[in-house]
Structures are given as C-alpha cells and as structure tokens.
Design a protein. Structure first.
Length: 300
C-alpha cells in the first residue's frame, strides 16, 4: 500500500490530517469503537474518496480554510454495523468464520511476519508502473449500475492478468452478488415463512408463533437465533419481534385480522400474504427456490 496510515484506531481529525499530507492509503481497524465525530468524517471519506473528480472538500485545517483531496484507497474493519446502508452498497461483504481443526491455517501470522506480503508488494510495485489497465472492463452478464462500479477496479486488474484471471473474477463477482441477493433477510423470511406454513399445514399464524418457528429452523441458511440485522454486520442475536415486523414490512407484509376455523379472531399473518410477496420478488428476479422442511417443526 502507498503510505498506509499507522493508526489502528483514530479520530476523524487525525484521519483528515493524515490524508492532507499527501497521497496515501487509509486503513482503520476497530471502527465499532470510534466516536460520533470520527464516524461522520470517516463516512464522508468513504462516500467521496473513491471518485477522483469529486473527492475534494473545503475544510478548516489547523485554523485555516483549505481544499483537501480525499481521493484514496480505504479499508475498514470492525464489529457490528459500523457502516450505514448507503456505504454498504459500495462493499462486497465477506463473512468470517472461526477456523476449525480442518481449516486451521498452516502457520500463524504475527506482527512483523511480513515476508510473504513483502514479496507480493515488491512484485506489484514493479508490475504497476508498466501495466495498462482497461478502465472500462467487460462486465459479467447482468452486472450494472453500482454493482458495476464496485466491480470495475477488480475486473480491470484481473483482465490485465490474463484470460484465466478475468474468468475467475467474473465468476467471483457473480457469486458474491448472488449470495448477497439471496441472503437478504427480508427475502429469506419469505422463503422460511412459506416453508413453515407448509410444514404446519396452516394458512394463518400469529406473529409470536412465526418468530418461535423461525428460531427452530435447523438448516444452515436460517440462523434466526443468530440474526445480524439487515446489514448482516450486527452482533449475532435472536431475531426480536420488532425486527421481524420490520423485515416483513420491507416486503409488504403486515399483521391483519385472521379468522381461523374454530379459533378466536386474532391479528396475525396469512399464507396468501407470503405467497404474494414471493410472487412479486420472483417476478423481479430476487427470490430463491422454495423450501420444504423435513421433519416439520412442532407448533407446541
């Protein structure tokens, strides 16, 4: 990286002061711990720093008005949803898991153990001045708008490395975009709700019962006992009723009067609502295949 900043955690003013010293790379860790002032400035860098033409802003620097250039690569890490929804649209989310005995790395990297990184960095320093990147690389089918903006740099570099790497990059981008689309919790809850209606053989359900049944699902992509918010970056926790209502509202499902046979009227959710939400999102290409639960969850 070109002149990386050395801070693990920094104030907003310190980050601005660092970038004002000249071209460099912003790398920040522990972003979940920054205060409100730092968060505001860091998000400003995130929003503006990717565009060379727009990444300039007049700020008071050391008591004087100055035009500061924010154009710089930026990397950030932290726990929870330290990025707002607008910033998340400029990311590829890579979910991390604790390694197991089978996936344990061959060796443990420690501070100062940089021989491998040094070799890569040296190669890139010699490669970069001579490579001619295609600033408008071919996009995988269907990758447009902001998704294309996000993929552009990665694909330009891959294309410069040869046809095999171009193909690999296209496959990776499509995989990440499809994974993000299918794993949106507001779409998952449609699929899982339909599976619950089917397994229980019912057409109407109370909100509280749906919440309980969601948490009983035991297949890998459920995780309603380890819900991480709409962003997917919050601390894992059981899905709350308020969060469930919010997710369902995002796909047009709201509680209504239900009149089940031989039961008192209650406010709840119906199979028809979930089927309509599924139909709408399938028409937009945003729904995954229907699920079937075996064995069926109990309704006790």
């Amino acid at each position: 990286m070109l002149r990386p900043n050395p801070e693990a955690l920094s104030t907003g003013a310190a980050v601005i002061d660092f970038i004002d010293e000249g071209p460099g790379t912003i790398g920040l860790d522990e972003l979940d711990l920054v205060d409100a002032e730092a968060r505001q400035r860091i998000l400003m860098l995130w929003n503006l720093g990717h565009d060379r033409a727009l990444a300039k802003r007049a700020l008071m620097v050391k008591g004087r008005r100055k035009l500061v250039d924010f154009y710089a690569p930026m990397m950030a890490a932290g726990l929870g949803s330290f990025l707002a929804d607008a910033q998340l649209t400029r990311t590829f989310v890579l979910e991390m898991h604790r390694y197991t005995a089978e996936t344990k790395p061959e060796r443990k990297f420690k501070t100062g153990d940089t021989a491998d990184l040094d070799a890569v960095y040296s190669y890139l320093r010699h490669w970069a001045p001579n490579v001619k990147l295609n600033l408008h690389p071919e996009m995988p089918p269907g990758v447009i708008a902001r998704d294309a903006d996000n993929a552009c740099s990665l694909l330009a570099v891959a294309e410069a490395c040869g046809p095999e790497w171009k193909q690999r990059a296209h496959e990776a981008i499509l995989f990440l975009l499809e994974k993000a689309r299918i794993e949106q919790p507001q779409l998952r809850i449609i699929r899982h709700g339909l599976a619950i209606f089917d397994a229980l053989g019912i057409r109407q359900i109370r909100n509280a019962q749906l919440n309980k049944e969601l948490k009983r699902l035991d297949f890998l992509d459920a995780d309603w006992t380890r819900y991480r918010g709409v962003s997917g970056l919050d601390q894992a926790h059981p899905l709350t009723m308020n969060e469930q209502v919010k997710l369902l509202g995002m796909v047009g499902i709201a509680a209504k009067k239900c009149n089940p046979p031989k039961e008192k009227q209650f406010r709840g959710l119906t199979l028809e609502q979930f089927e309509e939400a599924d139909r709408v999102h399938r028409a937009s290409g945003a729904a995954a295949p229907r699920l079937r639960l075996v064995p069926a969850p109990t309704s006790e």
